[in-house]
Design a protein around this ligand. Structure first.
Ligand code: SAH
Length: 397
């Protein structure tokens, strides 16, 4: 059996090369080939000895999930549907903006959390994605965007990029040299930010998510800063602590309600990890977070959680936790049973929070014409939990 190198984080790859009797810097070279250059053919890794290339071809492989479909929304948002086998497919979405490009990555085929307003939740759950399938999303999209960039640019652009790529590929650039060549500044990169906000609950797939995070952060792979990688969680308390201890990145928590009674209705896992426990975990996280605030996500559901009174309750709830709010206008899907709050209601809600000194942004709805907006990613899930059929029975009863 060949080892899929996409599934190995920097430490594991170093171990793999040690077992082959190779020097540690070989692992770094291969990281760069695989993740920076998007190369999957060992024969083309020109700075590796021929013998090593042959050994690798026999013992290893670079296999991303298979691309099923690519779609582009009118606003430039792009979505890739990737086949992860056995009838399951997951989605990854790229959101280009003037000063950054954000990739939204999925971590599970489906989700067990069953949040009432989320279409992934309605799809049921099949399995955790592997590290190779998680990082494979970044691998695919970087490659696709680089190729598109090359096609669209002029020969002068291409020459400059080739030079930068060459410089990036030199073993260890002198401090500042890479910067001068424009390769390590995150904001210059096509994908400058990653958010784990696609399908699934990342903290329930911790063992595969953390190695993928390590690849995102590694200098020789995607070289993203911890502040530009955001993990969004429904609030799995013990795992928030583990993330803090093992691989802290920016943290977003899906709050959606200011009290346990309402939150438990919208986000069933609140029964297990109620608000007080989630907020205490947020306080602990801030001790080691690369960002000095937690982002609280709050989906705006018309007439459900969007009154000015709810906003006031939120203010007292989050007292003492340094945070920012991100209001997400609800994105509809068939039979959701919810409506999006009006722009006026969202503005009034925001106003109350802002007045209390809480920085509050309203998420722009991007890519909704290709179902690429939050909570619309449905992918294709062979539900093993039978949630979908249970739901149909319940609603027809
Ligand atoms: N499991 C993680 C990631 C989920 S997706 C989490 O719960 O945070 C990222 C965000 O989109 C979450 O805040 C989620 O609650 C929100 N979301 C889900 N469905 C939505 C919908 N239909 N409209 C708007 N936001 C939605």
């Amino acid at each position: 059996m060949r080892t899929n190198l996409l599934g190995l984080d920097p430490g594991a790859l170093a171990g793999f090369f040690a077992e082959l009797g190779e020097k540690p810097f070989r692992a770094k070279q291969v990281l760069r080939w695989v993740h920076r250059c998007g190369e999957s053919d060992f024969a083309r890794m020109s700075d590796l000895a021929k013998g090593l290339r042959e050994t690798l071809a026999q013992s290893a492989e670079v296999v991303p999930p298979r691309l099923v479909r690519e779609s582009q929304a009118a606003d430039g948002t792009q979505k890739w549907l990737l086949d992860v086998g056995a009838g399951n497919a997951v989605e990854t979405v790229f959101i280009p903006e003037a000063n950054r490009g954000t990739l939204c990555v999925s971590t599970q085929a489906g989700c067990t959390m069953a949040c009432q307003f989320c279409s992934t939740g309605r799809q049921g759950f099949n399995r955790n994605l592997t590290t190779a399938e998680i990082i494979g999303q970044l691998w695919w999209v970087s490659r696709a965007l680089q190729a598109r960039d090359t096609k669209q640019s002029t020969p002068a652009h291409r020459a400059a990029r080739a030079l930068r790529a060459h410089e990036a590929h030199q073993s260890t650039p002198a401090p500042g040299a890479a910067q001068a060549a424009g390769v390590t500044r995150s904001e210059d990169r096509v994908i400058s930010n990653v958010v784990l906000m696609g399908m699934g609950e990342p903290l329930l797939n911790f063992d595969n998510v953390v190695p993928a995070l390590r690849l995102m952060l590694d200098d020789h792979a995607y070289n993203l800063s911890r502040r530009r990688v955001t993990l969004s969680t429904v609030g799995i308390v013990p795992m928030i602590d583990r993330l803090r201890d093992e691989c802290p990145v920016a943290l977003a928590v899906s709050l959606h309600a200011p009290n346990d009674e309402l939150r438990s209705r919208l986000v069933p896992v609140n029964e297990k990890y109620p608000l007080a426990a989630v907020l205490a975990a947020c306080r602990r996280y801030l001790e080691r977070s690369p960002r000095d605030f937690i982002t609280f996500e709050y989906v705006m559901l018309d007439g459900v959680n969007d009154s000015v009174e709810r906003a006031r309750q939120l203010i007292s709830l989050v007292k003492g936790v340094h945070c920012k709010f991100n209001l997400i206008p609800f994105n509809a899907f068939p039979d959701s049973g919810f409506q999006r709050s009006s722009p006026e209601r969202i503005a009034a809600f925001r106003e109350v929070l802002m007045h209390a000194g809480l920085v509050t942004t309203t998420r722009k709805t991007r890519g909704d014409d290709i179902d690429g907006a939050c909570g619309q990613l449905a992918g294709q899930v062979q539900d093993r939990t039978k949630r979908r059929s249970r739901r149909i029975l319940e609603t027809s009863a």
